[in-house]
Ligand binder design. Structure first.
Ligand code: CDP
Length: 236
């Protein structure tokens, strides 16, 4: 499937049309941004890593009954995906406190949560993707009650599956962000699942193996991405 016209360029990916109106190609870039693009840089090889990791995880989730936009891995940086209408929500699930939740409710980093914490954020850069509730999402017309119920069910099911998968790699899945899309009257998982969109801590050492190394200038950023790819591809 050849890449057609460039339709959209985001912070970390480009989206192209294909000869099939129901399919797009998403291309993963090495560009890295943090703090709503106030910090910019490059993580060499990141696009390849995120494409391959997302492919493995989407296929694992599909096998376990979660529908995703994944169709096929096309090349190092390109993935064939179903064309969806993105739901303008960023859904996060947290197992250990870090990042936003520490700022919002004043807890320290690294607290293991007894139950996962589910959050929705309004996907709107101008407002810094604010934390909202389901009433806000309805006022904004972002999704129906039924869609939000489906999204929450999938997000929590995905948590069970991902937690188990990463346990096997000696990695704590701290938190992650998901995006969903509408496809032929159904809701499916879209976007990516990668060290850009998850927090991964090595069990025992607590070493961060995700985009926090870039956000917090911790060094060894590229190595951390490669380490996650090698653990994930050895497993699958
Ligand atoms: O990263 P930050 O502290 O600003 O936000 P968070 O709500 O604590 O992020 C939770 C998870 O979602 C982390 O794994 C982030 O990497 C991811 N995230 C993302 O992929 N895209 C965003 N726009 C915001 C968070």
């Amino acid at each position: 499937m050849d890449k057609g016209e460039l339709l959209y360029e985001g912070k970390a990916k480009r989206v192209y049309s294909t000869s099939d109106p129901d399919l797009y190609v998403q291309e993963f870039k090495d560009d890295a941004t943090a703090f709503n693009a106030k910090k910019k840089g490059e993580i060499v090889g990141k696009g390849v890593v995120n494409n391959k990791i997302s492919s493995v995880l989407f296929q694992m989730l599909e096998k376990e009954g979660v529908p995703t936009h994944f169709e096929k891995l096309l090349s190092d940086r390109d993935m064939l995906i179903k064309k969806v209408e993105i739901v303008m929500l960023e859904v996060t699930v947290r197992n250990i406190t870090a990042g936003g939740i520490c700022r919002t409710i004043g807890v320290e980093e690294g607290v293991r949560l007894k139950e996962p914490v589910y959050e929705i954020h309004y996907k709107e850069d101008k407002l810094d993707d604010p934390l909202i509730n389901e009433d806000h999402a309805k006022v904004l017309g972002l999704a129906t009650d039924e869609e939000m119920a489906i999204i929450k069910d999938y997000a929590l099911k995905i948590n069970q599956l991902l937690k188990k998968f990463f346990e096997g790699l000696n990695i704590d899945l701290v938190d992650y962000k998901l995006e969903f899309g509408r496809y032929k009257d159904t809701i499916i998982l879209a976007d990516e699942i990668s060290p850009d969109t998850c927090r991964f801590w090595e069990k025992g050492t607590g070493k961060k193996l995700d985009k926090d190394r870039f956000r917090q200038d911790l060094g060894d950023v590229e190595d951390a991405y490669q380490e996650m790819l090698s653990r994930i591809t050895q497993e699958s």
